[in-house]
Design a protein. Structure first.
Lengths: 337, 224
């Protein structure tokens, strides 16, 4: 089955073609982040306006790259939620209309299921069941994954998402948006030991996260000092250490608690090299196999949506002719396959 | 010609199939347009016994109007037109609104929220089609200037919301204003058919909304 996938939940326009027989055929991404950077963060209305300009040209390119004609397509998948309502609506309107006019089924995909299944696009995909660590701009959660749609949330952030903490810290340090890569880069020039920030909620049992206190600690440190390049590097390094160690401690706990032999890490923060290195250590310690998407599929992309959509379409799922967005939609509300 | 037309710029979701002058219509004014639009289109095609590929063109209300509504309309127009390789006719939702009024001079106003209206003035040509007399603007009702001449008719949600102010600003130029008039796809189709004959059709990816209100965010000062 050959499926066109569309992703427009936030500030990236992603398009891909996934073929259940031959794998990923083509994918393209247009990032709006430079536009939003001028405003200090994502402006939802501008995101929607850009998606509706960029999506079709990207579809045309991807079909050409995949060397695929309209008649070869057997389904269309698009992100229905969670995310920005207006941005989601663009992808669902165009995707549902394409499928209608082509006379093929359409399916709405949960964005976080897309992230969670992204490692399935790699040469050595994880088998079910596994533990999933989803760490992105809007989410921080640990889930017990038994199969498609069978997700039990073991813990999640009670306030900011970890990606959001990276972004806010970067903004505070004047490092721009998106903050994750900027912090990681600045941390490379930092010296360890000058600052130490808290590892929130690691001193008590449980698998929930909290990152707003860490953000406040960074703010306090930054406010009382001149932010020269050294200090920025030192703070970035200490922040990254604290955020990563917090995630690793909770993964350690969740793996021990569930006994899973596989850990899947997905979402934009999964691109972080320090996190990857520390989870590699943890995996070695517990004899747990750690799976990641390739770095470009950690952040938002069309490939993960095409993949998740293909799996659901193949199982016979499809949408009626309506196409609304679901800006708030829990991973635990999905239909199981 | 066979033309599918729809408008989602206001709280009305309106679709029409114009088949060499004969018109089939659907109209829905409840809840979300995204719930209805494709179902309405599907019903129209079924009623006419047509496949979408048999159409000559697709027309949509490109705004101004509700931002979300505009993207629903433009998104559906893009998807259908791209999939079937059909030309698209973007039509002003204000002009479609004016075209539906049986009058020679129309002051069309749509509620733009934030105490503003989208505003346009239209007269009619020899073929009975509305022609814009000024470029569409988003404006405070109290800043509207009276049009030249007399006998103008006001219509649209802008008048429903700010009728007294718009009437007093229009002064003796205004004959009267009509409440509760929305753009309708059959009138949009009339304008689109003329535009098609004039060679104004565009490709699917050019099927873009015209928001008119473009100052939607403030850039931050200093380096990012
Ligand atoms: N190398 C990195 N290190 C740390 N964080 C990173 C890195 N690269 C990206 N990020 C962070 O990842 C986030 C973006 O990830 P992603 O695109 O998955 O999130 P999102 O789509 O905005 O949110 P969600 O998927 O929850 O709706 C941003 O917060 C960004 O700062
Ligand atoms: Mg994401």
């Amino acid at each position: 089955m050959i499926v066109l996938g569309l992703e427009t939940s936030c500030d990236d326009t992603g398009v891909a073609v996934f073929d259940t027989a031959r794998g990923l055929r083509a994918h393209q991404l247009y990032s709006q982040s430079r536009m939003h950077a001028e405003y200090g963060g994502v402006v939802p209305e501008l995101a929607s306006r850009d998606h509706i300009r960029k999506l079709l040209p990207l579809v045309r390119e991807v079909l050409a790259d995949a060397d695929i004609g309209f008649r070869d397509l057997q389904g269309v998948a698009y992100t229905t939620g969670p995310g920005l309502a207006g941005a989601l609506l663009v992808g669902t309107a165009i995707g549902r209309s394409l499928a209608y006019a082509w006379g093929i089924p359409a399916v709405g995909v949960h964005h976080m299921e897309g992230h969670l299944l992204a490692p399935m696009l790699e040469p050595d995909p994880p088998a079910f069941p596994f533990l999933a660590l989803l760490v992105s701009g809007g989410h921080t959660l640990l889930a017990d994954v038994q199969g498609i749609g069978r997700y039990q949330i073991l813990g999640e952030s009670i306030d900011d998402a970890v990606g959001e903490a990276f972004d806010k810290t970067a903004k505070l340090l004047g490092l721009g948006y998106p903050g994750g890569p900027a912090i990681a880069q600045a941390a490379g020039h930092g010296t360890a030991g000058r600052f130490r920030f808290p590892r929130p909620m690691t001193d008590r049992p449980g698998l929930d996260f909290s990152f707003s206190g860490l953000k406040t600690a960074v703010l306090t440190a930054a406010q009382s000092r001149v932010l020269d390049a050294h200090t920025i590097g030192d703070i970035a390094l200490a922040f990254q250490e604290a955020a990563v160690e917090t995630l690793v401690i909770k993964c350690d706990r969740a793996l021990q608690q569930t006994g899973h032999a596989r850990l899947v890490v997905a979402g934009g923060v999964g691109a972080n090299q320090l996190l990857r290195a520390q989870l590699r250590h943890l995996g070695a310690k517990l004899s747990v196999r750690v799976h990641y998407p390739r770095p470009e599929f950690c952040t938002d992309n069309g490939a993960m949506i095409a993949y998740a959509g293909a799996v659901r379409l193949q199982a016979g799922q499809f949408e009626a002719l309506r196409f609304g967005a679901r800006p708030r939609w829990s991973l635990t509300e999905l239909t199981t396959l | 010609m066979k033309l599918l037309a729809f408008d989602t710029a206001t709280d009305a979701c309106t679709a029409a199939l114009s088949l060499d002058g004969q018109v089939l219509e659907r109209f829905e004014r409840r809840s979300q347009h995204s719930e209805h639009l494709l179902t309405m289109i599907d019903a129209l095609l079924a009623e006419a016994g047509l496949r979408i590929q048999q159409l000559d063109a697709i027309a949509f209300g490109r705004g101004p109007g509700s931002f979300t509504g505009l993207r629903i309309g433009a998104g559906v127009a893009q998807g259908l037109a791209f999939a079937c390789d059909l030309p698209v006719l973007p039509v002003s939702s204000l002009a479609a609104l004016a075209q539906g009024v049986d009058a020679g001079q129309v002051l069309a106003a749509l509620d733009a929220r934030m105490q503003q209206v989208y505003w346009g003035a239209y007269t009619r040509n020899a073929q009975g089609l509305v022609v814009p007399r000024l470029s569409e603007v988003v404006i405070n009702p109290e800043a509207v200037t009276p049009p030249e001449g007399q006998g103008w008719i006001g219509v649209g949600s802008g008048w429903d919301a700010y009728g007294d102010m718009l009437a007093s600003r229009s002064g003796s130029a205004l004959a009267r204003w009509l409440p509760d008039i929305v753009p309708q796809a059959r009138h949009l189709a009339t304008l689109a058919a003329a535009a098609f004959r004039d060679g104004l059709a565009v490709s699917a990816d050019q099927a873009q909304p015209v928001y008119v209100r473009d100052d939607v965010a403030v850039k931050r000062r200093g380096p990012a």
